[in-house]
Ligand binder design. Structure first.
Ligand SMILES: Cc1cc2nc3c(=O)[nH]c(=O)nc-3n(C[C@H](O)[C@H](O)[C@H](O)COP(=O)(O)OP(=O)(O)OC[C@H]3O[C@@H](n4cnc5c(N)ncnc54)[C@H](O)[C@@H]3O)c2cc1C
Length: 406
């Protein structure tokens, strides 16, 4: 466990710091310092800055619009951006660039790459992920959305659910059953489907926070061209799994920075409210402190492997389980420290429903209560805690596989 950086790497860090100093306002205190339309305006302008610097997909080769950075440089870039409290892209880039872009570079045809990659970098297409269905979540191999060939087109019928950003996207990458007679995981195809067509209906779902971040998506004779299958017909399971594996190694470095920033803010709030002498609050804060320290060491282990060229693999389940379970507890403490003030929501809500509030956010009920509510979902999306424990048990500890219901 030794994620130390060479002098060349530290020289690159200075370059990134100079980039940030040049591009950010002098009084910049993190995205959390902005409110309302100023957030959208900043993120739009910032994304353009990153696009022009080839920093939206920093690890991609320059022929595909990336910056061709090494793994170490990518980690440094992400660390410095996180410390500065700026995003690494726009809100849709996790779907468009991180998930789909990486998948197309691995599995796409030359036509698919040359058509979609420039468009998703330029922000011309916005994407969402159509994996989950009412009967296929943890058991994703059970997808039932039907895809049938009709001449030069696939015709799709069925339903997806929990589709984040489905109401904002104009394209959906979707898993569909293209051969109902093959065994469960064998008859699935990965399709690229335009959403602006009469066969697609998007219905928002209201979340516990009151926001509508995710949706149901209904397909009724929806269509996409025959060539929009990625990785070959009936080979969608392999494509889907590699997409889920595009966990960026630098998350091991940035996660602990974000959670430390959040905890510092929480301690500040306890201080402001005269609660740092309360023995129970002190004990709970100390528990959080020790958890964030452990998270840093876990991150350093993953980072060391990543910098040595190893893919996180099933180890990713340890950190997913760890941060998501921790985040439920720390945000509950945030609400307890607010006390009765938590009953009245005021102040800027987080700009995203995922993980911590934006760095620089004020200690308001709008920040903490919404983050507390969002944290309930953290142990469900991207694989529930039970599924992470199964992965750790079976793939890391080599315990016997859980019995199948059949
Ligand atoms: C905020 C949010 C955003 C999301 N965004 C998207 C998106 O953009 N696109 C998309 O496709 N999906 C999305 N999802 C869906 C997410 O991937 C699923 O919710 C998740 O995979 C769990 O599936 P499920 O909800 O069907 O629960 P189920 O699979 O029905 O599980 C129900 C419960 O049973 C447990 N369980 C299931 N199987 C086992 C087992 N074998 N052993 C032990 N326990 C088990 C689970 O842990 C869970 O507690 C999102 C979910 C959330 C909460």
């Amino acid at each position: 466990m030794d994620p130390t950086y060479s002098p060349e790497a530290e020289a690159y860090r200075e370059k990134v710091q100079a980039f940030l100093a040049e591009k950010l306002p002098s009084n910049w205190n993190g995205l959390g310092g902005l409110e309302g339309d100023d957030i959208t305006d900043f993120v739009t302008a910032w994304r353009k800055t990153l696009y022009e610097a080839n920093y939206l997909a920093p690890g991609w080769p320059s022929e595909y619009g990336g910056a061709g950075l090494t793994a170490t440089e990518q980690v440094i870039l992400a660390e410095e951006f996180t410390r500065a409290g700026v995003p690494g892209g726009g809100p849709n880039d996790v779907f468009g660039i991180q998930m789909l872009g990486n998948t197309l570079l691995m599995w796409g045809t030359e036509e698919q790459k040359s058509h979609y990659i420039p468009r998703l970098l330029a922000g011309e297409d916005t994407w969402c992920q159509g994996y989950s269905e009412p009967d296929a979540g943890s058991d994703l191999g059970n997808v039932g959305l039907r895809a049938e060939l009709d001449g030069d087109e696939w015709v799709l019928n069925g339903q997806k659910i929990w589709t984040s950003a489905g109401h904002l996207a104009d394209h959906i990458f979707t898993l569909a059953r293209s051969d109902p007679d093959s065994p469960k995981h064998k008859g699935i195809s990965f399709l690229l489907v335009p959403m602006d067509q009469p066969g697609i209906e998007v219905r928002p779902i209201k979340m516990i926070s009151g926001e509508s971040e995710f949706n149901e998506v209904f397909y009724t004779d929806a269509r996409c061209p025959k060539e929009n299958v990625v990785g070959g017909v009936n080979n969608g399971w392999a494509v889907a799994m590699s997409l889920l594996g595009f966990e960026r190694g630098e998350a091991a470095a940035t996660g602990p920075i974000r959670y430390q920033t959040e905890l510092d803010r929480l301690i500040e709030m306890a201080r402001e409210r005269g609660l740092t002498t309360d023995p129970v609050i002190r004990q709970r804060l100390a528990w959080c402190h020790s958890k964030v320290q452990i998270m840093k060491f876990l991150g350093q282990r993953t980072l060391t492997q990543f910098l040595a060229g190893h893919h996180p693999g099933p180890d990713g389940a340890i950190s997913k389980l760890y941060w998501s379970e921790y985040h439920r507890v720390v945000t509950e403490l945030g609400v307890d420290i607010l006390g009765a003030d938590a009953l009245y929501i005021e102040g800027r809500p987080p700009s995203s429903s995922f993980q911590t509030d934006d760095p620089g956010a004020a200690n308001t009920s709008g920040s903490w209560v919404n983050t507390f509510l969002n944290a309930r979902a953290g142990t469900i999306y991207a694989g529930s805690s039970q599924i992470q424990r199964n992965i750790i048990g079976e793939m890391i500890l080599q315990l016997p596989k859980e019995p199948k219901p059949a």
